[in-house]
Design a protein around this ligand. Structure first.
Ligand code: BGC
Length: 804
């Protein structure tokens, strides 16, 4: 224990109290024992410190801060050094605002393009996600404060996010959903980590001994504090026993009494409480000292410039027949609502109150283009508007080139809400077609935080993907259009042709609480390439205004060396990707997997030797029989390419194996052998899982979500459900997500006791559950009795704690 001196000054109640928050974003402190309170703030693409009324959904305003491009955007730079710079700048702003823990980065693996929070996450590939996230953490923590990588783990959808159970086989869990976190923990030593809301194989992530103790703490050596997601604690005592340190936000006295009772009954020991408190005290003392020393100001202009550079380095040129870059003085028509009102970040807890926001319209003067005019062209919320369309078409006719700013509107991508499809709004596609008829020289700029279906590609000559570029993204896109900057970003997720082609289509955000990860290892390019499904734009794809040649590959099991040459007449940077394949594998595996990459800046004509090392993750697979990482021995192909589908050089290397038994011997797994996992039969999925598919029944219990109340046995439940559903539908119509309603809809009843600052106790929730089960009178009496008890006990406890 590092903090024995403080621990000995605290009684058990005080210790238990410290293990949950005091306010929405603050911890409890004890002056007398020398324990300061600290502040935790979102988030992943800029600081969201709420100085006034606080909430965890991005509803109330926060202190202005730099809004950097979101993780999904910066992942396209494939540049950890850039990630580290962004992390450092965010850490600096956080410490300047006296924030001890910055709640990010988010690095969940993008299982489906429809996850509403994909814009907050890096990639469908855990290696790329892990490397980028580790860089952010190093940057943030270089300012002395803590980063909080999230959400650990297997948290890939928003629907029922606080009560859904991610059911997946151990190998998939380890290789796809944990490897990114393993990289972060081992390569950047985060001081905290956030456990996710969901259950993993039947146990809440926040009280999951397998995840938190066996893997995170014992196998990876994580020594920091595990922080619950906001309202994500289910059984606080089990959390503490199994490795979760701090319950957030402010569950009140009930959570303290829960821990006390658990120690008294022997459910957990005082040593468990001490171990967690020691982790928390280390975090609190360490970060508050750093915050105290830190300057209270930062260079906002420098951070704006960094945000712009980050957006530029992350912009992906998806398609170009040579129309780009636009020469100076090209007569352009600027079309599309997004040129005037940019879509530059996502909605929810990550939303930053930006210091300033650049728009394309305001930046045109510096672009060197001759601008004929601007027309919004379409209604942002998808309504047909013939007049707007006609105005845009008329303008397009007069121009040399029509530049059309299209994208997803605010309601499409938000925390708390998964997308319902991968489509661009019909009215935007209609505008594109009409504009292209008027002027074939049509260029599209896209702003969206995740992949889209692109059946409209033939209607434009070039597509620039600016993703969600942060507060300075507009200038970056213009620099790319005009060639002031040569685009070098590459996609960090596959763009499928159609949603129906995606591997998890039938098991993503389904009807029940159980989410079946039936597709196993075959997520993103791992699926498309193994099953031979064509895509619109492959993982790793991105064009440049110059060309690169690859030569002289030398390979060994330790890595590759090659030469990359810029054969064009412009400076540019190439992202070289290294994939590992084992075509003769006995243990089934994806056709190839990313295991290294390097970004290489090159002047025209310049050649460079590029070294891409391989690490311990290059050849390993998780063996469910030996319960450890193993290596299948034999020959592997090392493939070096400009995308996963554009392999330029290949070499074979011999790798020594670990001679482990085949965990799949004698098992029938044809779909997993071929990667055709869209229709895995129940029996085969159960064979992979190693047990029966868990039953998915709606239970009227503490974990029933408000969105499930129509299944309760009480008119009160039906009424709440009807009101919530009506409010939800009304908010969809308004075109802006109502995060409060969304949160409540997906919220389990127990969260009432976790998110109300102590006003509601778990006993009251249990009374409500009785009510919903149909025991109206006993339920009501219990609620009233528990409410009175809660008030009295809370007041007594706060008095005792204040006296401390
Ligand atoms: C989100 C977290 C966030 C927290 C605090 C939760 O709803 O899932 O990512 O850090 O709120 O705002």
């Amino acid at each position: 224990m590092k903090n024995t001196e403080i621990l000995t000054k605290l009684n058990l109640e005080q210790k238990c109290a410290l293990l949950s928050g005091a306010g929405t974003f603050t911890t409890r402190g004890y002056q007398k024992a020398g324990v300061p309170a600290i502040t935790l703030s979102d988030g992943p693409n800029g600081v969201r410190k709420q100085a006034g009324a606080a909430d965890h959904l991005g509803l109330n305003p926060s202190v202005p801060a730099t809004c950097f491009p979101t993780a999904a955007t910066v992942a396209c730079s494939w540049d950890p050094a850039l990630g580290e710079e962004i992390g450092r700048a965010m850490g600096e702003e956080a410490a300047a605002q006296e924030v001890s823990v910055l709640l990010g980065p988010g690095l969940n693996t993008k299982r489906s393009p429809l996850c509403g929070r994909n814009f907050e996450y890096f990639s469908e590939d855990p290696y790329l996600s892990g490397k980028m996230a580790a860089a952010y953490v190093r940057g943030i923590q270089s300012e002395g404060i803590a980063a909080c990588p999230k959400h650990f783990a297997a948290n890939s959808q928003e629907l029922r996010r606080m009560a859904s159970d991610s059911v997946l086989d151990e190998r998939t869990l380890r290789e796809l959903y944990l490897t990114g976190f393993e990289i972060v923990v081992k390569e950047s030593a985060p001081k905290t980590i956030m456990s996710s809301y969901n259950l993993v194989n039947g146990t809440y992530a926040n009280e999951n001994a397998h995840l938190l103790q066996e893997i995170l703490r014992e196998a990876w050596g994580f020594a920091g504090a595990v922080v619950t997601d906001w309202g994500g604690s289910n059984d606080h005592a089990l959390g503490v026993k199994n490795g979760s340190t701090l319950e957030m936000p402010a569950p009140g006295g009930d959570a303290v009494r829960e821990l006390l009772a658990a120690v008294q009954s022997g459910k957990i020991s005082e040593a468990d409480v001490d171990a967690r408190l020691d982790e928390l005290l280390t975090l609190v003392l360490d970060t508050s000292a750093a915050v105290q020393k830190h300057s209270r100001s930062f260079d906002a202009d420098a951070h704006h410039a960094l945000a712009r550079r980050a957006a530029a380095e992350s912009t992906v040129l998806l398609q170009n027949d040579g129309i780009l870059p636009l020469a100076a003085d090209t007569k352009v028509a600027i079309l599309g609502d997004f040129a005037e009102t940019p879509r530059y970040q996502g909605a929810g807890s990550s939303a930053v109150n930006s210091l300033k926001v650049d728009t394309v319209l305001e930046n045109l003067a510096q672009s060197g283009l001759q601008v004929l005019g601007f027309a919004p062209g379409f209604d942002r919320r998808g309504m047909a508007d013939a007049a707007k369309e006609a105005e845009a078409v008329a303008l397009a006719k007069q121009a040399d080139v029509a530049v059309l700013f299209l994208g997803l509107d605010e309601i499409k991508e938000s925390e708390g809400l998964d997308r319902s499809d991968m489509k661009l709004a019909d009215n935007q596609i209609a505008l594109l077609k009409a504009v292209q008829q008027a002027n074939p020289n049509t260029v599209v700029v896209l702003n969206a935080g995740s992949s889209l279906e692109t059946p409209w590609l033939t209607h434009c000559r070039a597509v620039v993907y600016g993703a969600l570029g942060g507060q300075a993204g507009a200038g970056a896109v213009l620099d790319v259009l005009t060639g002031k900057l040569n685009p070098c970003g590459k996609l960090a997720e596959t763009w499928a042709n159609r949603y129906e082609d995606t591997p998890a289509k039938d098991n993503f955000a389904g009807a029940g609480r159980t989410v079946q990860y039936r597709e196993g290892l075959y997520v993103g390019y791992r699926y498309y390439q193994t099953a031979g499904v064509p895509v619109a734009f492959p993982f790793g794809h991105g064009l440049s205004y110059t060309n690169f040649a690859y030569s002289d590959l030398k390979a060994s099991a330790e890595g590759v060396t090659l030469t990359v040459t810029n054969t064009g007449d412009r400076a540019g940077a190439e992202i070289v990707q290294l994939y590992v394949a084992k075509p003769d594998a006995k243990i089934f595996r994806p056709a190839q997997e990313l295991k290294g990459f390097a970004k290489v800046p090159l002047r025209p004509g310049e050649s460079r030797t590029v070294v891409i090392p391989l690490d311990d993750k290059a050849f390993r697979y998780w063996n469910t029989q030996t319960d450890r990482w193993e290596i299948e021995g034999g020959q592997y192909e090392l493939r070096v390419g400009a995308s996963c589908a554009d392999i330029r050089l290949t070499a074979a290397v011999e790798v020594a194996g670990t001679d482990a038994p085949d965990p799949y011997a004698g098992k029938t797994l044809p779909h997993y052998k071929t990667g055709s996992v869209q229709n895995v039969p129940d029996a085969e999925w159960e064979t992979l899982l190693g047990h029966a598919i868990p039953q998915d029944t709606i239970k009227i219990d503490r974990n029933m979500t408000l969105g499930e109340l129509n299944h309760s046995r009480s008119p009160l439940g039906w009424l709440i459900w009807a009101v919530l559903t009506a409010l939800l539908n009304a908010s969809y119509k308004k075109g802006k997500p109502d995060l409060n309603i969304l949160f409540q809809y997906n919220m389990p009843l127990r969260a009432l006791a976790k998110m109300t600052g102590g006003a509601i106790s778990m006993g009251m929730v249990d009374g409500l559950v009785m009510e919903l089960q149909g025991f109206w009178i006993i339920g009501l009496v219990r609620v009233i009795y528990e409410a009175v008890k809660n008030q009295i006990l809370n007041a007594q406890m706060e008095r005792r704690l204040r006296g401390a």
